[in-house]
Design a protein around this ligand. Structure first.
Ligand code: PGA
Length: 235
């Protein structure tokens, strides 16, 4: 695993943007795997800025997002589509038909999962932030690996969090399976801040276990762990 430590969050975001832009120049019709969460926000802001200032071209790019709440309309502010639209997609020239999320308009969750496994087969570059418990997407600590795109029941605290923001509180989310994640040609795992230092240590030195879902990505042949100094405190 290639480990890159940057001084602070700004420099980490700049490095992540550099990696994405390099991929877009090398392969203009690349498939980018994106996640929501706090850590990639700096990256998305930099990509949007690069489009505005230098017309970085997204017209041939396709994106595959890691997760979505099931049965939630795209326009609902709690949807992950809404997050991506707000932070990146509405600010660049990506084609709406090139944007993929699990679920979509499908009413049958299992069918939606099988469809997404096909759609998300060929990710060129996956960029994902790690949660402080090691989660990625909706892969939370558990005793099994979810190999295929799966239906995940939301916890009570997750539902309570959504209850304040929407009338239609979802019960489930869909998340892209580990087979598709590990099939990505290249992965960049992001972590910033002191609250990520313990999980970063587990990923670098610890066991590969579904109790630390991101740990399995360390087996990938082209993975960069891109962190800031605070997240690297226990290495
Ligand atoms: P989270 O995702 O914000 O959902 O915990 C991880 C991250 O991007 O920090």
């Amino acid at each position: 695993m290639n480990i890159v430590v940057k001084k602070n969050y700004e420099e980490l975001s700049q490095e992540a943007a550099r990696i994405v832009i390099r991929k877009m120049k090398e392969k203009p019709d690349c498939v980018l795997g994106f996640a929501t969460g706090n850590t990639p926000l700096g990256l998305y802001a930099l990509l949007a800025k690069k489009y505005e200032e230098e017309h970085l071209d997204f017209s041939q790019v396709s994106t595959v997002n890691l997760e979505e709440l099931f049965g939630v309309a795209r326009e609902d502010p709690i949807s992950f589509y809404y997050y991506m639209q707000k932070n990146l997609f509405s600010k660049v020239n990506i084609q709406p038909s090139h944007i993929a999320f699990p679920g979509g308009l499908e009413a049958d969750a299992q069918k939606a999962c099988r469809e997404y496994d096909q759609i998300a087969e060929n990710i060129d570059l996956l960029i994902v932030g790690i949660g402080s418990d090691g989660h990625i997407g909706f892969h939370v600590p558990s005793d099994i690996w979810k190999r295929k795109t799966s239906v995940c029941k939301l916890s009570k605290s997750e539902r309570d969090g959504y209850e304040k923001k929407t009338l239609h509180v979802p019960d489930f989310a869909l998340t892209l399976g580990f087979e598709s994640l590990m099939n990505a040609k290249e992965i960049v795992l992001l972590a910033a801040g002191a609250e990520k230092a313990i999980v970063v240590r587990k990923i670098v030195y610890g066991d590969i276990t579904p109790q630390v879902p991101a740990s399995i990505l360390s087996l990938h042949s082209r993975i960069t762990l891109l962190i800031n100094e605070k997240a690297a405190a226990f290495l």
